[in-house]
Design a protein around this ligand. Sequence first.
Ligand code: PA5
Length: 428
Amino acid sequence: MINVTYSGQKQDVLNQNQVSRLQAIHEDLYKKQGAGNDFLGWLDWPSGLSDEFLNNIRNTADQIQKQADVLIVIGIGGSYLGSKAVIEALKPHFEKNPNFEVLFAGQHVSGAYLKQLMDYIDDREVALNVISKSGTTTEPAIAFRFLQNYMEDRYGEEASSRIYVTTDENKGALLNLAKEKGYQRFVVPDDVGGRYSVFTAVGLLPIAAAGYNIDELIHGAKQAEDGLSTFDPENNPAIQYAAIRHNLYEQGFTNEVLATFEPKLSYVQEWWKQLYGESEGKEHKGIFPVSVTYTTDLHSLGQYIQDGKRDLLESFLIVEEVEEDLELFEAEQNADELNYLAGTSLNDFNLVAYEGTSKAHLSGGVPQIGIHLPKIDEYHIGYLLYFYMLACAYSAYLLDINPFNQPGVEEYKTNIFKLLKKPGYETE
Ligand code: PA5
């Protein structure tokens, strides 16, 4: 399925010490006894999904599509990046007058964005899915205050049947509000953190509402859950990816550049950055995740990657088979001097660009990991996301880090509350 390759300094990627360490991590993971083990619900989540749950998601998605032209998903971090990543990967680049759109809000605090969003939806039928595990995160709460008000002004009592809430089962301000207003509710499981929640209702409801096949997405995730659960470091790509990047980290490669030639994967890259950055970046340790889209960024960050400070490793996410392509043709005049490319498809060009870039960066001292994805569809994206989550758990455990908490994210929140004098924080 997914295939991981490595090129760089000759090194023993899997020495005996590392194999024993990985074996211990594997046991901790699957016996659910490592650090943060109360947040390991995602590990066997795909195989545990019931028909009843999936039917409820599908039926609600149908209902949303019938009642609205636009679903606004309100959430930040893990509460929006999973669905955004899948939808962006699958949707066409351009769509004339789409019948149904999924838009996002609450992922930042921009008055202009929110104002323009409310103007944009004015002549369209609207539904909201507000998503927050804690139910108290400020950015989505702010967006929801405006959009809830907008919905009530516009739809009156009917607003409550157009608002869907995904939050904790037992606590949080959002839960209380949902109960009070009678909004339809979905649960963020206790044992699944935001950035590991794409296969729960957090990701599945917006993805299904956008019209994508969640059965195939789950099928891919299940195959990954099953196929990657064996301790076989020579053949398990999740273990290989974790082991290689950890070895490189130990040699001083402290930044990972995730590169792709496929612009549709740009939000998979954003999702990956959150997953790895929030899971590993603790106790002054961890690889800093950055991303580039080639060939665009070869004309900007490419210079640094080739020739800047040598603490970068590069992981290429390469799609083997593309859905649509164009072939260069012979022009009579050849004024652009491109006739030498006649017969070459744009994807052939990208594959050559991959080879050329990879060789250039390698000779510039940037070790390379290749992650090869057969194609972009629901099944393969489901597989890929599960692969990255599992590899992330291995990677963080290799650093002796709890992958599932985010103490650093709390620090800035407290400061904002103090500065804005949120009740309870005035005297701090
Ligand atoms: O991965 C995480 O846990 C975080 O990024 C959260 O998803 C993010 O902070 C949003 O939190 P919440 O869903 O509680 O609003």
